[in-house]
Design a protein around this ligand. Sequence first.
Ligand code: F0G
Length: 488
Amino acid sequence: MDFDNTAKIKFYSGETIPLELHKPRIVQKIHLAPIERRLKALEEGGFNTFRLNTQDVFLDMLTDSGTNAMSDMQLSAMMHADDAYAGSLSFTRMQKAVEEVLKKKYLLPVHQGRAAENIISKVYIKKKGDLIPMNYHFTTSLAHITQYGGRIVELLYDEAYKITSSHPFKGNMNIEKLEEVIKETGVENIPYIRMEASTNLIGGQPFSIANLRAVRKIADNYGLKIVLDASLLGENAYLVIQREPEFANSTMGEVIEAMTGLSDIVYFSARKLSSSRGGGICTNNSDIYHEIEAMIPLFEGFLTYGGMSVREIEAIAVGLYETLDEQIICQSPQFISYLVNNLVSLDIPVVTPAGVLGAHIDAMKFCEHIPQLQYPAGALAAALYMISGIRGMERGTLSNQRDEDGNEPVADMELVRLAVPRRVFTLSQIKYVIDRLTWLHENRKLIGGLKFVYEPPVLRFFMGGLEPVTDWPQQLLAKFKEDFGDSL
Ligand code: F0G
């Protein structure tokens, strides 16, 4: 199967490049500080890219969360927001968008995706040891489930754990294992099944509608609910159109409806789904709505704003409709596939096939000389920032939490995620990423490990402080100077 998403608009030259189908009308200056300053910034920020300030960052590829470009339509909608604590018309518009796009009648607003995870976990995890089967965890989903005494089991097929693959749907749930787990555990100990659209931590890999249908069938057989994390729903739907023959001629709306229609509860981070801020939980089941309802005023805010400003709510409403526009949603996956395919041709280890959200560099291979407990992905993210000003995110052992006994589980994959937020970067910036990664790959032996000097007990990767185990950053800097002279 051909996963080159760039092929839709052909160039006479034969070159396949993704063509921007938008024009920038508001732009923001970014800064490329000298390498000496970048090393200093790393030292000040505990070699943790989360702790860098954007004045020191050139290309911010940390995440797409809250950083996708907003559209002119979203910005103008924000101007006519209806300020009201209760009964705001802005909320009515968001409700309508949820009904028309996600096809769910009831909407419970929350301030962002993890707030939905907190509330769903609190309502449905009734006792210690309750098990949530899922295709794969996301950091915040795991943290909230364990906070309420729950456990998770990840049920992917083996192919999903292979960095290099041509499988179109590495985010598929392993159906055979799901049934085994349900039989072993007992339905009474399973509050729900969680499916994550475009499984974030294994490289933004989608699941197919056929797979979700199979999960639904099992859920129905055992009377279980499906909770869909729809934070990356648009991109998953786009890849379904690209890769699942049954849907090759479907619209985004039809695919989205198929996905949400198979799920009992749909929640989302609007920071990702709709290029704005905020989030929501939605369902067509009034019992579920009432089970959750009381939590919104308790943790988020009144039921017609849920901790969001009315301006954000307006932007979400428009952003949800824009999710139906393949021309908008295709931009990020096309740029990612351009980036990934170029890295593959340069023998730079990267997760394939290209998924959504970003390119995922395989740090285990890139830095095979660094042991996992010295955080190869964290070290690679720091090194890449230092030599380029590009900020990526560690998604490996450093992002894992310690278990109950304080042991540090090593991650299945050590990835550096280079996010490509929707309609933000230009092609020359992507070429710069490829260029600097090529240089770093040739000089990879100079990169060394990291160790914690400050380790927060929960979600340690956000604010944790580390330091290099040797003087490798100075050596890397010297080599950069040798090769690039006075180039930034
Ligand atoms: N689910 C998924 C699949 C996510 O990717 C995220 C956030 C959340 C839930 C939580 O949503 O941030 O609004 O509270 N992902 C961001 C990322 C943080 O960088 O991938 P949130």
